[in-house]
Ligand binder design. Structure first.
Ligand code: SAM
Length: 229
């Protein structure tokens, strides 16, 4: 009998955002496979959950994946979580999910928080269609080229950014998108949550004025939005 792989979304900051179903699944499975066992252990402890954890992250996925697949083949139930948000969305997990599905294991999504959806829901830009492009390339030339390609799509664009690179990325966005309004959603669901609409140049000035802190999701509206429709 093969087991079940549950792909469980966890909070992106505010622990109240965990779903009742996520808590039940995390409590009932045989093991929780997580990016960082210490972070997930803190979440589990907060909710008085004592399920064993194992690490499954970018650098051990090739060795740990087959072990987890064997456990699934033995009929075990495994929950896959990432540090925050939905596994697989700019996070590890896809390989295990793909291989589990290929092996005939039942894969069950347990949906919940994700920064891309949270940012879009509060940005006030059209989101009936959008492109989520994960993290922009690190190399300056590639970053600008990627942004130019995205601009051609003329749709809402969402990217993730770290505090270390947000200034460089905002400078590139200003270069490519000019005066277009950009929404910066920082520290969503956390104490210092901030959602600001401004031009990329204005964001750049603000970001440069202090040391950028926290987690950033950047939303760039489409042309139709810029023209006020
Ligand atoms: N899997 C996660 C999800 O579903 O949102 C994303 C993981 S990705 C490694 C981490 C990035 O997501 C951060 O660098 C940031 O760009 C974005 N992010 C995560 N939490 C956030 C938050 N509370 N506020 C704004 N952006 C956030």
């Amino acid at each position: 009998m093969s087991g079940t792989l549950y792909v469980v979304a966890t909070p992106i900051g505010n622990l109240e955002d965990v779903t009742a179903r996520a808590l039940r699944v995390l409590r009932e499975v045989d093991v929780v496979a997580c990016e960082d066992t210490r972070r997930t252990r803190a979440l589990l402890t907060h909710f008085d959950i004592h399920t064993p954890t194992v690490s499954y992250y970018e650098h051990n996925k090739l060795t740990r994946g087959p072990q987890l697949l064997r456990q699934l083949a033995d009929g075990k139930a495994i929950a896959l979580v990432s540090d925050a948000g939905t596994p697989g969305i700019s996070d590890p997990g896809i390989l295990l999910v793909r291989e589990a599905r290929a092996a005939g294991v039942r894969v069950v999504p347990v949906p919940g928080p994700s920064a891309v959806a949270a940012a879009l829901s509060a940005a006030g830009v059209p989101a009936d269609r959008f492109v989520f492009d994960g993290f922009l390339p690190v190399k300056p030339g590639r970053r600008v080229n990627r942004l130019k390609a995205l601009r051609e799509l003329d749709t809402t664009i969402v990217v993730y950014e770290s505090p270390h690179r947000v200034v460089a990325s905002m400078a590139a966005i200003a270069e490519v998108f000019g005066e277009a309004p950009v929404v910066v959603a920082r520290e969503l669901t956390k104490q210092f949550e901030e959602i600001v609409t401004a031009t990329a140049a204005e964001h750049l000035a603000r970001l440069k004025a202090g040391e950028p802190r926290g987690e950033f999701t950047i939303v760039i509206g489409p042309g139709v939005y810029f023209s006020g429709l």
